[in-house]
Design a protein. Structure first.
Length: 382
């Protein structure tokens, strides 16, 4: 079950005017009404009312009467909790009617998933949670850390993290997982509250609207996300991206700063802040954030691409080469990273490496802009 995290603006580089950055999410002080983070519907309604969000926030795991009846038919009360949840899992994923399909890039509500039979990780999680709780299975949300995938779409880099659900059986958590790829054994798992899961849903929808170019809709979703869980760093970063695109640079800076305050490990906040400061000509301040990025254990290849571009723009070719090489190691299928490394090799006079990188880039994506530029450079040289 993957949920989408947006990523933001680019470093001040030639070809990447609006580009990247990862968003981390950590629940630091999530509101909850039980030890496992489950909030019962009346309490959730009171929380939303106190925050002025009742009627605005979407409850993505809410079920229709038809869905409730289906859940009780599939998982009757006489079965054990484990049998009920297993019946639901099998019928949802493998049911004879219409098996559920993994669909990247749209976070539907439980009702939308049930109707379309298509879901990404977070969407399926909400459906499963709604169904399980309807048949009295005490299920809760789980964040699965250390699993990220990166995808570039236009001028944005979208980062997907992972979420699952769990129940406690004999003092152990049993996890139920839905994803397009298997989960790594070494991944760490922790509980998150319903309120954090709700904020994640709104942040996802905001990211998806921004990808479509719908800035006003994105802004509405993301403002709701940070009101639902002010400690969700990725929602603040995504909000900052929207605000910067709207020209509200002071508010964007505040959003990035807030993300860093609630989670100092949110590297995307540092990257986006650095990009914004460069754009404003505040070079010394930007450099401070770049130093943090250079020292961070970051596995986002696009962060290293952006840092490489920045070094290259200042003529620091060896430094740029190191960043581009790291990007190729983290994302061997990324043609742009190989081409960028090839261009720096060309400028350093290492034609053998430049040609090697061109061959790799051509095999991966011959139409990619950097690949073509490198081909032009080497063509003129040969």
């Amino acid at each position: 079950m993957r949920w989408m995290k947006l990523c933001g603006e680019a470093a001040a580089v030639r070809w990447w005017r609006l580009a990247l950055v990862a968003v981390a999410w950590w629940c630091l002080a999530c509101a909850a009404s039980s030890p496992n983070g489950v909030i019962d519907p009346p309490e959730l309604e009171r929380i939303l009312q106190r925050r002025g969000l009742l009627g605005q926030a979407v409850i993505p795991y809410r079920l229709s009467p038809e869905m409730k009846a289906w859940a009780h038919q599939v998982a009757p009360a006489e079965l054990s909790a484990e049998q009920r949840i297993e019946n639901l899992r099998q019928r949802l994923l493998l049911g004879e009617e219409r098996p559920l399909e993994y669909t990247w890039g749209y976070t539907g509500t439980a009702e939308e998933v049930f109707a379309t039979r298509q879901a990404n990780c977070l969407a399926f999680t909400n459906l499963f949670v709604g169904m399980a709780r309807e048949v009295d299975v005490p299920i809760f949300f789980l964040a699965v850390e250390d699993i990220e995938t990166y995808r570039k779409e236009g001028d944005l880099v979208v980062i997907s993290d992972h979420i699952a659900v769990g129940i406690e059986v004999d003092f152990e958590i049993r996890m139920y997982d839905f994803s397009e790829h298997g989960m790594q054994e070494q991944a760490s798992v922790r509980r998150i509250s319903d309120l954090t899961a709700l904020a994640m849903f709104h942040s996802n929808r905001g990211a998806e609207e921004l990808q479509k170019g719908h800035e006003e809709a994105a802004l509405q979703w993301l403002r709701l996300a940070v009101q639902l869980d002010p400690t969700l760093a990725n929602a603040w970063v995504n909000l900052g991206v929207v605000l910067r695109r709207r020209g509200e640079t002071q508010h964007a800076e505040l959003a990035y700063t807030t993300a860093m305050e609630v989670d100092p490990r949110a590297m995307s906040a540092y990257q986006n802040m650095s990009s914004l400061l460069h754009w404003q000509g505040r070079e010394e301040e930007a450099a401070a954030f770049e130093r943090v990025l250079r020292k961070s254990p970051n596995r986002n290849p696009f962060t290293y691409m952006s840092l490489g571009d920045l070094s290259h723009s200042y003529g620091k070719l060896e430094e740029a080469r190191r960043f581009y090489r790291r990007a190729t190691q983290l994302s061997p299928e990324n043609a742009a990273a190989h081409a960028a490394l090839g261009q720096v090799a060309f400028e350093l006079g290492n034609l053998r490496l430049a040609r090697k990188m061109l061959r790799k880039a051509l095999a991966l994506d011959a139409d990619e802009g950097r690949t073509q530029r490198l081909q032009d450079l080497l063509g003129a040289d040969s």
